[in-house]
Design a protein around this ligand. Structure first.
Ligand code: UD1
Length: 430
């Protein structure tokens, strides 16, 4: 088992390159099921959720060829629907996209319950509502969601989502691109990865407009063809490194970003007293002096991203004054609080709000990456803390960060990955 060791207190200097966006890569990888042709995806992040998605497709008959570390060919001409490797599917939230993609290609899908980070219940009622509107039936059989189109196939429909769910918007898009007629999705999610998926599908021959607004229109086409596509940069990875720079101090250029996607993070860092300068495709972050408290409410895009919530809580833990962080998207995203508390943070939770009283400094401690962004928050806390922070359950972090240790070490952080004997690792992971 692996651990990340961070010796805090070193300012960061230099350039850090952001990888492709995990949450765009996953739906696009599963969207490749919709065409019989091969697709070439570039700027694919080397993270374990992506590896897992590719393995799922491979086990279901797709041919996956790695051209380079970040370029992959996906040929689903021999892909077989109707079953899915339960053990793999149950480790990944993005595996729900198999439902929409297989429904679009084969008119049916049988997919085991998906996994991913535990933020409380994560229902798929809005996905189901969308599939049913398109003429499919959805049942649960032996631990699987089973979706079946009617005898005449899927047809276009008006879908109003009660919640602007990313996953439901994606699944309805996947199912609707080859349905007969016109589909509209009202109250659609507006996240940049929705736009990226729509761009990919349109290059493959789909007719989607309005992605990035809350009203998406899809005119069904008979079939899609293959294409070459480059995934957009990961705004959450970029935001994490911007917060890391503000936490550790120094001056960092976060490269390969779309500054427009970073607006909420940039504004909050400036409010806290960091200096942030935007350029065409990079952002520079520096800090001199102590950061100030701030209040944050997460919400659907273009609101403050829930996936940046734990990282900002880490930063606010040692900012001057009292801050609040209110979670507006997920039922329970506060499991990281106990870990930050071990590092001397003063945080109390009441319902969906954490109150953070800034302490003069955090102190290193053995802590556990309870989920993906919680893990990133602990790395950030470790960079700023006095002494050594030992982070276990590193695999949570590897789900969504491409070489976080190497990238931060490249900025001068004292951070390394070590292998620990299994017994010690198991004790820590409990
Ligand atoms: C995706 C991202 C995740 C991010 C989240 C919000 C992936 C693989 N994951 O998750 O990193 O934190 O968007 O930006 O891209 N909901 C329902 N019914 C549904 C669907 C969702 O009630 O049918 C609720 C959820 O419980 C949650 C909220 O809606 O409270 C948002 O969920 P959603 O946008 O669907 O997030 P995910 O697609 O699961």
């Amino acid at each position: 088992m692996k651990k990340i060791l961070v010796n805090g207190g070193k300012p960061l200097y230099g350039n850090i390159n952001v990888s492709g966006m995990k949450n765009a890569a996953l739906p696009i990888i599963f969207a490749c099921i919709l065409t019989n042709d091969a697709c070439t995806l570039e700027n694919v992040p080397c993270v374990s959720d992506v590896e897992l998605s590719l393995r799922i497709l491979e086990e279901m008959g797709a041919k996956i060829t790695r051209r380079s570390k970040t370029t992959v060919d996906i040929d689903t001409s021999r892909f077989e629907g109707g079953f899915s490797p339960y053990e793999l599917v149950s480790r990944l939230r993005g595996s729900t996209y198999l439902l929409g993609a297989e429904l679009g290609r084969f008119g049916e899908a049988r997919v085991g319950f998906s996994g991913g980070c535990d933020f409380g219940t994560r229902p798929i009622d809005q996905h189901v509502k969308g599939f049913e509107a398109l003429g499919a039936t959805v049942t649960i059989e032996n631990g699987c969601n089973v979706v079946k189109a009617g005898a005449t196939g899927l047809h276009g429909a008006s879908v109003y989502l009660d919640i602007a769910s990313v996953g439901a918007t994606i699944n309805v898009m996947l199912a609707a691109v080859t349905a007969k007629g016109r589909t509209t999705i009202d109250n659609a999610a507006r996240e940049p990865h929705i736009v990226d998926l729509a761009n990919f599908l349109n290059i493959c021959g789909a007719k989607i407009s309005g992605a990035g607004t809350s009203f998406i229109k899809i005119t069904g086409v008979e079939k899609l063809h293959g294409c070459n596509y480059t995934i957009i940069p990961d705004m959450i990875e970029a935001g994490t490194y911007m917060v890391a720079a503000a936490a550790a101090g120094g001056r960092v250029n976060v490269r390969n970003v779309i500054p427009k996607h970073m607006e909420t993070v940039t504004a909050k860092l400036i409010e806290m007293g960091a200096t942030v300068d935007e350029y065409d495709d990079y952002i520079t972050v520096s800090r001199a002096g102590r950061l100030r408290h701030a209040n944050i409410k997460t919400y659907f895009y273009p609101g403050f991203p829930t996936d940046m919530h734990p990282q900002f809580s880490a930063l606010l833990s040692f900012a001057a004054g009292t801050s609040t962080v209110t979670e507006g998207v997920f039922e329970n995203r506060f499991k990281y609080v106990d870990e930050l508390t071990k590092m001397n943070a003063n945080i109390t939770c009441d319902g969906r709000t954490a109150t953070i009283v800034g302490v003069p400094r955090l102190t290193g401690a053995p802590v556990k990456a309870v989920d993906l962004r919680a893990g990133a928050a602990l790395v950030i806390a470790g960079l700023a803390a006095e002494g050594t922070t030992e982070i276990t359950k590193v695999e949570s972090i590897e789900r969504g960060y491409d070489d976080i240790v190497g990238k931060l070490a490249g900025l001068g952080a004292d951070i390394r990955m070590v292998e620990v004997p299994d017994e010690e690792g198991l004790r820590d992971a409990k």
